[in-house]
Design a protein around this ligand. Structure first.
Ligand code: CA
Length: 229
């Protein structure tokens, strides 16, 4: 049985109860807060392994709270799954941009919620540590110091943008990045690049990945992620 601790931040009691019931059945330890303000207090003393965060909360909403969680040292690295009632791409993109790791949309099935929770906890556990110069993930080997990449042990020449993109994906496998986040990582902030140019770069990167081109998965309406399966 898993023993990971999960903090549920959700103002609707029925949904909190449903989440708790299903998570506890899987062996997770669950604590609940009905607002971002309560969660902020709870997090002074608790260190959950994951936060399930509703976006539409009274008071501080989920977007603003997620941004605070990322800015606060104690919580900066705790994975967040946002829970949104509106299945709108714009909300999902906005949530990912303030630092959420994944999302579920209401109404959700217990099976989907548990699958997302398990996946996010797992990939955060094997996340490569930032600052390491050599990263090996599946067939990909990235040497940050020399800006060199090997696929299946063979040297592959990438442009600087392609390199930065691949490096971004490999740092956080399975995490969905919006086009805006990709542009940001590749060029630094304020660079006027269109969404379309990210798509073009992805085509180039996929081609260089050869047999492993499917590793870079398109998440429709949202962006891209690295998929190892
Ligand atoms: Ca709500």
């Amino acid at each position: 049985m898993s023993k990971e601790k999960i903090l549920v931040v959700e103002d609707e009691a029925d949904i909190r109860e449903l989440m708790r019931y299903n998570l506890e059945r899987e062996g997770y330890q669950v604590s609940e807060c009905e607002s971002a303000e309560d969660a902020r207090v709870a997090l002074e003393t608790q260190s959950p392994d994951l936060i399930l965060l509703d976006l539409m909360l009274p008071g501080t909403d989920g977007f603003a709270f997620c941004r605070k969680l990322r800015a606060w040292d104690k919580t900066a690295r705790i994975p967040v799954i946002m829970v949104t009632a509106r299945n709108e791409d714009a909300d999902i993109v906005a949530g990912l941009e303030v630092g959420a790791d994944d999302y579920i949309t209401k109404p959700f099935s217990a099976r989907i919620m548990l699958a997302r929770v398990k996946a996010v906890i797992r990939r955060c556990a094997d996340e490569p540590v930032d600052g390491k110069n050599l990263i090996v993930l599946g067939p990909v080997q990235i040497d940050r110091e020399h800006h060199a990449v090997k696929i299946d042990g063979k040297d592959v020449v990438l442009t600087l943008s392609e390199f930065k993109m691949l490096d971004l994906f490999v740092r956080r496998p399975g995490v969905v990045f919006s086009r805006y986040q990709i542009v940001d990582a590749v060029h630094g902030e304020d660079y006027p690049v269109t969404d379309r140019s990210v798509d073009v770069q992805i085509v180039g990167l996929r081609r260089k990945l050869g047999d492993h081109s499917a590793m870079i998965e398109t998440v429709r309406g949202v962006g891209y992620k690295l998929n190892l399966e």
